[in-house]
Structure formats: C-alpha cells, structure tokens
Write a protein that binds this ligand. Sequence first.
Ligand code: ATP
Ligand code: MG
Length: 141
Amino acid sequence: MISNSLEETKNIAHKFASTLVGGDVVFLEGDLGAGKTSFVQGVLEALGYTEPVRSPTFSIMNMYLIANHPTIERVIHLDFYRFESPREVHSLGLEEMMENKKNVFMIEWPKNGIENGSDIRYTRSIKFRSVNEQTREILIS
Ligand SMILES: Nc1ncnc2c1ncn2[C@@H]1O[C@H](COP(=O)(O)OP(=O)(O)OP(=O)(O)O)[C@@H](O)[C@H]1O
Ligand SMILES: [Mg+2]
C-alpha cells in the first residue's frame, strides 16, 4: 500500500487492527521515522485504547490493556532498536508471555533482538519504506 500522510497510515492501521487476533506476533520493519510507531498508535486507537501511546524506544516494552475484544486482552509494544545482541531479549521473558494467546505483540526493529532460529516467530510482517517526507510504502504480509 501507499500512504501519503500520517492520517492515511493510521487508516491502514485501523483496517489491519480488525484482522488481528489474540496470539498474533507482528514484526514492524523499516528505517527510523518510517511510521512503525504511528502504525501501532493506529492499531491501539482502533482497538479502543484512548490514552496516549508512546514509543518504546527507551522503555523497550509498553503494555496496553484492551477491553471488550473477543480474542485480545493485551497489546505488548516492543522496540529492540537499542539492543546490541539477541541475548538481551531473553531477559524480557517474551517466550512465556507468548504462551498467553490473549496477548498480541507488536515489535519494532525485531531483527536487533531476535535471531534466526529463535522460537519467536512472526505471524504478520509489516515493512515500511520512506519514499519521501510524506509518502510511505507499506507492505503487509
Ligand atoms: N505517510 C506517513 N505515514 C506515517 N508517518 C508519516 C507519514 N508522513 C510523515 N510521517 C511522519 O513520520 C514520522 C513517523 O514516526 P514514527 O515514530 O512512527 O516512526 P518509526 O518507524 O516508529 O521510527 P523509529 O524507528 O525511530 O521508532 C512521524 O513524525 C510522522 O508524522
Ligand atoms: Mg518507533
């Protein structure tokens, strides 16, 4: 898809959110400022979360409780940008949290924290590419 504004990216995220189910693990890849966090903000908006949603660049992990959804109780938003090695991910206890199929994971910069052959696998992948200041290419698979 092509998005020509922040608002269009949020609209794409709203539609995507309607296809999310508990247990989904979403990898969000693309350069700095490509729109990954904005997309997650759109997803949470669509799931009825009304409080501010901030980037987990420094907190690493932010958790949001979702009310009134048939399969999702929690959205866990992660950002591994600052990770230097996949080893750091183990200390978060992600594997255990993934056993709860009412959790949804949205992970920015997944490759900085998750190595090939890890037990952590995505169910959905979103790739962002900045075409120019306002335009983004968004590939959902
Ligand atoms: N079409 C667009 N879609 C999304 N964001 C856009 C678009 N056009 C401009 N922007 C701007 O690009 C920035 C996207 O920032 P965002 O924090 O979502 O990026 P990010 O991919 O999460 O970056 P980081 O890797 O640093 O976490 C925002 O400032 C937003 O206003
Ligand atoms: Mg971000």
